[in-house]
Design a protein around this ligand. Structure first.
Ligand code: GTQ
Length: 350
């Protein structure tokens, strides 16, 4: 086609696009490559929040607003490529929640599922369905969809934890509901440890059965147990891509603790350098112990205790441990698996 003719065609197409625009229509062929990419081309970028830098900012919120007024006093960790969206990945939310001594974050429930990973300070509790769980550093606590929950701090220190929720996913489906409780804090109806004894100790109540999309009734996974399991399995053979990595489960079904969020813990011995690995679930990592580096598609991040970093979908991740490390992580993997979408690639170091 000569240049003049090509220009004519181009102009006629542009006029046509403008015309059909009035009918809220647009041509597929102009966007097809982006709609069905050869492989994921995430908008989400790799990023790291250094706890030593953000801790003071979180504490400052404690002087500016009460937990009661804020309802939840949280600084949201926003992916730099998704500012204004309250999202750390396309499907997940992350935030740092602060509760000061004597405060209560009042009882509510919502269809969004939440997890907590305790980072800093002692003496707080989360109550879920009438049972309080003392929050100790590294504890992984969940509040499944539509369960009542409130938080309180009976100790002397400010307490900070990471919140992970499926807020963007539920927003995508326009399936969000919430309500406030009449009670500020839930009445305690079960003693601490009840859920773990009933549902999380290799036994279940005699007539209790669940199907795989139901959240576990075990709502607190103590770090002491996670850590001890990781250290024990670390005596065995190491996975070249993951180190020693375990996934948290609903013990009654073997599925993830909540249907929309998977959670993992891994131990990386000092000097371990993982082979590159990628998967389609963008993942939020928290360093619970040790320090090291994460190389995410050739970008290098240094992490140490309580740092949070995010690995976008289909980005190559290699982890290097400068000292013995324990990492916690969470992602939307169970959703992708339920939809038959999830893929991973274990890349061999040559
Ligand atoms: O603790 O219930 O970070 O509802 C965001 C929304 C925490 C919570 C968040 C919430 C909560």
């Amino acid at each position: 086609m000569n240049k003049e003719l090509a220009n004519d065609v181009h102009e006629e197409r542009q006029r046509y696009y403008q015309h059909i625009n009035e009918y809220s229509m647009t041509p597929l062929w102009e966007v097809l490559g982006r709609l069905v990419p050869k492989e994921p081309a995430p908008v989400v970028v790799a990023a790291l929040w250094k706890y030593s830098e953000v801790r003071d900012q979180v504490l400052r919120a404690g002087t500016l607003i009460t937990a009661e007024e804020a309802e939840r006093r949280v600084l949201i960790l926003e992916n730099p490529a998704l500012r204004g969206n309250s999202s750390i990945t396309q499907s997940l939310y992350a935030g740092l929640q602060l509760i000061m001594p004597g405060e209560v974050a009042p009882a509510h429930r919502h269809t969004q599922s939440a997890l907590r990973l305790v980072l800093d300070g002692e003496g707080a509790y989360t109550a879920v369905d009438g049972e309080r769980s003392t929050m100790r550093r590294g504890d992984f606590i969940i509040t499944p969809s539509w369960t009542w929950h409130d938080h309180g701090n009976l100790g002397k220190d400010p307490v900070i934890w990471l919140d992970g929720l499926d807020i963007p996913l539920v927003r995508f489906f326009d399936a969000g509901f919430s309500e406030h409780s009449e009670e500020r804090s839930q009445q305690v109806s079960r003693q601490e440890g009840d859920a773990l004894a009933r549902y999380g100790s290799n036994m279940l109540p005699v007539d209790f059965y669940q199907v795989s999309n139901q959240a576990t009734k075990v709502f607190a996974y103590p770090f002491a147990q996670t850590r001890s399991s990781l250290l024990t399995v670390s005596q065995g053979e190491i996975d070249r891509h993951h180190g020693h990595k375990l996934r948290f489960v609903n013990p009654a079904t073997g599925a993830s603790p909540m249907p929309t969020i998977a959670a993992f813990a891994q131990y990386l011995p000092r000097n371990f350098e993982s082979y590159p690995y990628r998967c389609t679930d963008a993942t939020v990592y928290v360093c619970l112990e040790g320090e090291g580096t994460a190389t995410i598609d050739n970008k290098l991040f240094h992490f140490s205790q309580n740092d949070v970093f995010v690995v976008p979908s289909w980005h190559r991740l290699s982890l290097r441990a400068a000292s013995n490390c324990i990492l916690f992580s969470y992602s939307d993997r169970p959703v992708q698996q339920a939809m038959g979408l999830w893929r991973e690639e274990r890349i061999q170091n040559n």
